[in-house]
Design a protein around this ligand. Structure first.
Ligand code: UD1
Ligand code: UDP
Length: 369
């Protein structure tokens, strides 16, 4: 029997991290599946860091990233350029991931070519179209054009059913981020290049890059950080700053030069895992970090008002604090002062997966007639 051609398309750092274990698993099943990888390079440097770590050599690199790019050009570049790849490869299935503009436009491109699409990390929802923006609509749209829905949790399966997706097209697989995390923490113990942490201090890891936090919200987050380092003389903040100019400018203007605030470049994934493990508290608006940190037993303060990942909030290891300066300071303050509260939030739980999601997805791909 001819092998099934699986064309995997991704473009940003989080998609690459979450697709890498799946690409490896498809490659390991080369008796039945042929793996073809197309990167849009919506992100350039941050994507390349992941490709290097997982040793993935794309068959197609569309190299679309532009400085301070906008959603319109991004969408049209992905749509047009993936068309040529799909025409050339003639895949049996296209796989996309999550809720980025790459995922949404690549899924549309495959749909126009009448190629069935598999959506990895399907079914996440806030049910609020502007939060997160544009990701909520990207994933609703992607789910609507996809044929195979690989949902990480029970809740994401239920969301798909609510969205009228036929039950027989929904597969509960767990999230491939846990495959990536477990593989990385079990195989690497990377030192963080150029960063000396003081063993007498508690480390707070911070990341923020959401479009809805641009402007005043990101400034409020920075002001909360300044308050925290002033109140607590035994903490240091490590912030790998996202290269988006809308993030970098205010962050460097407000936080640069403080001896207990380390603004660093985005870390290669294995080093970032080391940093998560070494941290006492994590403050983030990232989706992926919200999923990884509970597995490592690290309390997370989410710098957003809503989340499409409510599972860890329900377990009590993740708390929503938004971009409100006072809320951030008081939640961090409580974790730093109250041992019981810290203990409750630092229980290691794994609501997002068991490390076998990629295997389950490949089993489905192999079974498709
Ligand atoms: C994108 C996704 C978001 C995801 C995030 C992960 C969309 C609309 N947004 O947002 O869902 O959470 O990635 O990080 O798909 N840049 C670089 N080098 C890089 C990456 C980015 O210089 O390796 C700079 C460029 O100036 C680029 C800008 O960051 O134009 C914004 O990148 P973009 O992908 O549009 O937005 P993100 O905020 O990264
Ligand atoms: N990450 C990384 N280096 C960093 C910051 C984050 O490798 O300096 C990883 C993190 O562990 C997670 C992913 O990047 O797996 C999350 O990416 P991001 O926050 O950019 O996007 P989101 O998940 O919010 O879409």
């Amino acid at each position: 029997m001819a092998k099934k051609k699986i064309l995997t398309i991704f473009g940003t750092r989080p998609e690459a991290i979450k697709m890498a274990p799946l690409v490896k698993e498809i490659e390991e099943n080369s008796d039945a599946l042929e793996s073809i990888v197309c990167v849009t390079a919506q992100h350039r440097q941050m994507l390349d860091q992941v490709l290097n770590l997982f040793n993935i050599k794309p068959d197609f690199d569309l190299n679309i990233m532009k400085e301070n790019q906008n959603l319109w050009s991004l969408t049209s570049d992905v749509l047009l350029k993936t068309k040529d790849v799909i025409d050339k490869v003639q895949p049996d299935v296209v796989l996309v991931h999550g809720d980025t503009t790459t995922s949404m436009a690549a899924a549309l491109s495959a749909f126009y070519a009448k190629v069935p699409v598999g959506h990895v990390e399907a079914g996440l929802r806030t049910f609020d179209k502007y939060y997160p923006f544009p990701e909520e609509i990207n994933r609703v749209f992607t789910d609507s054009v996809c044929t195979y829905h690989f949902a990480p949790t029970d809740m994401s399966c239920e969301n798909l059913i609510k969205s009228q997706i036929p039950k027989e097209h929904i597969y509960k697989t767990g999230n491939t981020v846990i495959d990536a995390l477990l593989y990385t923490v079990n195989n690497y113990d990377e030192k963080i290049a150029g960063l000396e942490l003081n063993p007498d201090y508690k480390t707070i890891l911070l990341t923020s890059h959401r479009r809805e936090n641009f402007g005043e919200p990101i400034k409020n987050i920075c002001k909360a950080v300044l308050d925290l380092v002033n109140i607590h003389k035994d903490i240091e903040i490590v912030y790998p700053v996202h290269p988006n100019p809308n993030v970098r400018k205010p962050v460097y203007e407000l936080l640069d030069g403080h001896d207990r605030i380390h603004l660093i470049e985005p870390l290669e994934y294995a080093q970032f895992c080391t940093l998560m493990k070494q941290s006492h508290i994590i403050m983030t608006d990232s989706g992926g970090v919200q999923e990884e940190a509970p597995s490592l037993g690290k309390p997370v303060l989410v710098l957003r008002d809503t989340t499409e990942r409510p599972e860890a909030v329900e377990y009590g290891t993740v708390k929503l604090v938004g971009a409100d300066k006072d809320k951030i300071v008081s939640a961090a303050d409580m974790l730093l002062k109250d041992e019981n509260e810290y203990k409750k939030m630092s229980e290691a739980i794994n609501p997002y997966g068991d490390g076998l999601a990629s295997k389950r997805i490949v089993d489905v791909l192999k079974s498709i007639k």
